[in-house]
Design a protein around this ligand. Sequence first.
Ligand code: DOR
Ligand code: ZN
Length: 455
Amino acid sequence: MTVDLVVRNCTVVTAAGRVPDAGVAVEDGRIAAVGRPDHLPDADRVFDADGSVLVPGIVDCHIHNREPGLEYKEDWESATRAAAAGGVTTVVGMPNTDPVIDRPEHLELKFERGEASAHVDFQSYAVVTSENLELIPEIDEAGALGFKIFLGSTVGDVPPPNDGEILEAMERIRETGKRLGFHEENGEIIDHYTEQFQAEGRNDPIDHSHSRPVIAEQEAVERMITFAEETGAKVHMFHVSSGSAAEAVARGKERGVDVTAETTPHYLWFTEEVMRETGNPARIQPPIRDAAEREKLWEVGIDGEAIDCIATDHAPHTPQEKKVDDPFGNTWDAISGFVGLETEVPAMLTFVDEDRLSLEGWVRRHSTRPAQVWGMYPRKGSLQVGTDADFTIVDPDREWTLEGSDGLHSKNCVTPFEGESFVGKAVATVVRGEVVYEDGTVVGDPGYGTRVDVD
Ligand code: DOR
Ligand code: ZN
């Protein structure tokens, strides 16, 4: 038997364990075998991984790909080019585009654009507002991966439903079997402090952080868990930024609520001091927290397992919008969010190098659990025979520094990781058996990526 592709000479790591001196065989875009070299078939193409580590493709369930409508910031092609270069094989786009993804036609438009230009596989969430509760079954039928509610004001200004509408949305979404995720910040708290700080002339980047305190996040997590307990809906907390919110997630899990959660590399890497050192380019919502909250996020979220998934919240904006030329200027004129697709694997591998988590623990949180949480497993997030042949090949020892984020592949590349040093990098990315990124170059064709169908 001769298969299409065999990757040889790597350590294969999954969430369950590792096999040194192994390889993977691919036929028709699916995994045909995983094992020792003498158990692998002949292949038309042999990829020598040169002793690197091969893991199931990284699944990033939180990116802002900006298309349709905000292509001046990013589009499907540029976002998924960055994904391929970052070792990410599946991305899920957020619905705060223009138009917002709040009805089947808008979702279909977003999918069409992705089919036309994506380099890696993709999906999308749909947003729930007070205007579209009755459309939830149709949006489900149109193939959305899941649903999102923005509880507090953020980029895109999608208005939150009221608490009664949220309960109703949970009941309707429960019937679809899909999951509802939140931008979990209590809108009344953050609006109050934002207005107060602006009136007082507190205009520094750190003031933006403090205008959105931890209690706003913690309270929103607790309220949504209470609603999920009442309705039986499956819920998810996007971008958990603080240990206190992770503790709230842990309490919900202990009570038996089907609540999952994600955090991002930037909350695990930085403290709010980055706002004093880097300023507006590091502005994001929710904000980067103080050292005590970060340590508790590690303890409760990662060591204590309250956090299921790692994702980026990749959120490109132009340098002008980020106030790159005036990083400590009036923060209320700057916008929140920055790119992350090409620094997430390096950041997580750096934590592995620092013994803060194992390679298996990284793979679980960055591939397997995201696929499970959002209903894409085992097609994504595993190396099971017969599933999509998506892999990320990494050099966990590569030392490098991000110098001049212009080398990144997004349309706009502002990131607080500029100047940071890493140990580890993606060296090749394989999507359904096709090498889409290799040796620093995106080699795949736009349009190869396809929507991940879910029931
Ligand atoms: O900082 C953020 N940027 N937080 C969000 O909630 C949205 C995101 C964006 O779309 O830019
Ligand atoms: Zn986001």
